[in-house]
Design a protein around this ligand. Structure first.
Ligand code: SF4
Length: 265
């Protein structure tokens, strides 16, 4: 295959819409990450977890509920839930059917209820009813994987042990080109490791919150609002989505122009 064709094939085969990769050294990437962080801090001076909570236990339960569900929906459900169950013991002794009815609208409610009751039981049995503050202990709770544990450690205990890579953070890591994982990769562990490398540890939790805020307000999944974004100079994907969309439109217009049929002889 001629080299130009090869290059073309490679580009179309791996390019994720709306994001672009840079060739830059780790030092340059870290420097760019630092400048992105500076602008995000200006835009979002008080980044906070979007899940409403008043205790580590409430944050734990809200985070379990947030799997495959929006934070807004979880925040609609938790006031009544936390009125009804106010301790690990109360969750441990909950009737599955009653708990399920209170969390039904968050989806996957049977499994979530089972995990919440199970987590309550482990908290009572092993941790005196308190939410533990180490990764190893948190991972012993049903329904708690590294992502949930990172939310609790970072947001409640202010321990920066990792990044919580959700859909917004994964998307922005790709668009800012702050991950070395391939464009289509949704490998949260790999993206987390890359973000941990380019951002200072004491800012990990806040960077996560700020990525989520920026992802919701400006850098939307379907149509990033690059013309309203103040990070265009630091973002290799600025206006790429628009270019991709225009190219797509042009292609489909061209396809619509029927080729004249050749006459049979
Ligand atoms: S310039 Fe801003 S809105 Fe556009 S892709 Fe980059 S971060 Fe997202």
């Amino acid at each position: 295959m001629p080299s130009s064709k090869k290059a073309k094939k490679k580009k179309t085969g791996t390019q994720k819409q709306g994001s672009r990769k840079l060739r830059e050294s780790l030092t340059k990437k870290k420097d760019r990450a630092q400048r992105i962080l500076g602008e995000l801090e200006r835009l979002y001076p008080a980044p906070e977890c979007a899940l409403t909570h008043e205790s580590a236990l409430q944050l734990l339960v809200a985070t379990i509920l947030s799997a495959q569900c929006t934070d807004e929906r979880v925040n609609m459900v938790t006031p009544a839930l936390f009125d009804r169950y106010n301790s690990a013991q109360a969750f441990a002794e909950a009737e599955p059917a009653e708990l399920e009815s209170l969390i039904q609208s968050t989806g996957f409610y049977r499994n979530k209820a089972k995990n919440i009751i199970g987590a309550g039981q482990v908290l009572v049995r092993d941790f005196n009813g308190d939410v533990p503050d180490t990764m190893d202990d948190l991972l012993t709770l049903p329904g708690v994987a590294r992502k949930t544990a990172n939310v609790i450690l970072g947001t409640w205990f202010e321990k920066n042990e990792g990044f919580v890579v959700d859909t917004h953070i994964g998307r922005l890591a790709h668009r800012f080109d702050l991950t070395w994982s391939s464009r289509d990769s949704k490998d949260a562990i790999k993206i987390e490791r890359d973000l941990m490398e380019v951002f200072p540890q004491d800012r990990w939790t806040d960077v996560g919150h700020m990525f989520i805020l920026h992802g919701r307000a400006i850098c939307n999944a379907r149509k990033p609002l690059c013309d309203q974004c103040t990070l265009t100079e630091l973002c290799p994907s600025a206006f790429e989505h628009e270019k991709d969309a225009n190219a797509k439109k042009k292609k489909s217009r061209n396809r619509g122009v029927a080729k004249p049929k050749s006459k049979k002889k």
